[in-house]
Design a protein around this ligand. Structure first.
Ligand code: HPA
Length: 256
């Protein structure tokens, strides 16, 4: 049976493998779509894949545009706006993140309950496109509560505990200093990363429902006595991809 909703999935750094698990995949490289910002980040494929998961239609964005690549927040939401135009109303945003909360070590999967925008940019700055959404969109449940419940139930089927946390977005590309991480902890962040927030803002603007999943690839700066590097982020993402794929495949048919 075909699901009522078409589900969009945005895959974060090192998490692109899910795109290769869809049934009846149709792949379009971003380079072939006029206006699509190319993903230059290592670990990001740069393709749109349409297909299905257990009969539910899915559109996957494997690779996204980040502010650290030099893109504006407006450019970073090109993909999510394209998903909406393709009939997607439910979107799962995944990312690799640092664990600010010491409870979230490398290898943790965390449901995003809310976010703090430290990017210094908002994708809705400038004239409002009233055909997309209101000038001042509400953000009081930016990450759907019911979707988090669905995700937690799917995790439970796998024996997976899925805690919740607040995601702080920073522009990067330098990792944070230990002082910046202490600051983020003080203001209520549990996770830190360089993506997702512009997409969540644009999705809420367009009335889409969002599920956010962070793959904690490392303890944030200063938590452990060790340096951070992107290779580690990709390696841990690679190790977590099997669990994430199974989780996504269980969640997708249940999103209503
Ligand atoms: N900081 C910012 N972004 C990240 C991190 C981090 O520690 N890990 C993965 N993405």
């Amino acid at each position: 049976m075909s699901g009522a909703r078409k589900v969009g999935v945005v895959l974060g750094s090192g998490l692109g493998a899910f795109a290769d698990t869809l049934d009846n995949p149709v792949v379009t490289p971003y380079a072939e779509i006029p206006g699509w910002p190319r993903s230059t980040a290592i670990g990001h494929a740069g393709k749109l894949v349409e297909g299905s998961v257990h009969g539910t239609e899915v559109v996957v964005l494997a690779g996204r545009a980040h502010l650290y690549e030099g893109y504006t927040a407006q450019q970073a939401v090109f993909g999510i706006r394209a998903l909406k135009k393709m009939g997607v109303d439910s979107v799962i945003l995944t990312n690799a993140a640092g664990g600010v909360n010491v409870k979230f070590g490398a290898g943790s999967l965390v449901l995003i309950s809310d976010h703090i925008n430290l990017l210094g940019q908002n994708p809705l700055t400038g004239p409002n496109d009233d055909t997309l959404g209101p000038r001042f969109p509400d953000m009081s449940e930016a990450y759907s509560k019911s979707y988090r419940e669905i995700a937690r139930a799917a995790g439970k089927e796998m024996g997976l505990d899925l805690p919740e946390g607040v995601y702080a977005a920073v522009p990067g590309p330098s990792y944070e200093t230990p002082a910046e991480i202490r600051y983020m902890r003080t203001i209520g962040a549990d996770l830190v990363g360089m993506s997702t927030v512009p997409e969540t803002i644009a999705a809420n603007h367009m009335g889409m429902r969002v599920l956010g999943i962070s793959c904690v690839t490392n303890a944030a700066a200063g938590v452990l006595d060790q340096k951070l590097n992107h290779t580690e982020v990709l390696e841990v993402g690679e190790r977590m991809k099997g669990t994430l794929i199974e989780l996504l495949r269980r969640i997708i048919p249940k999103l209503v």
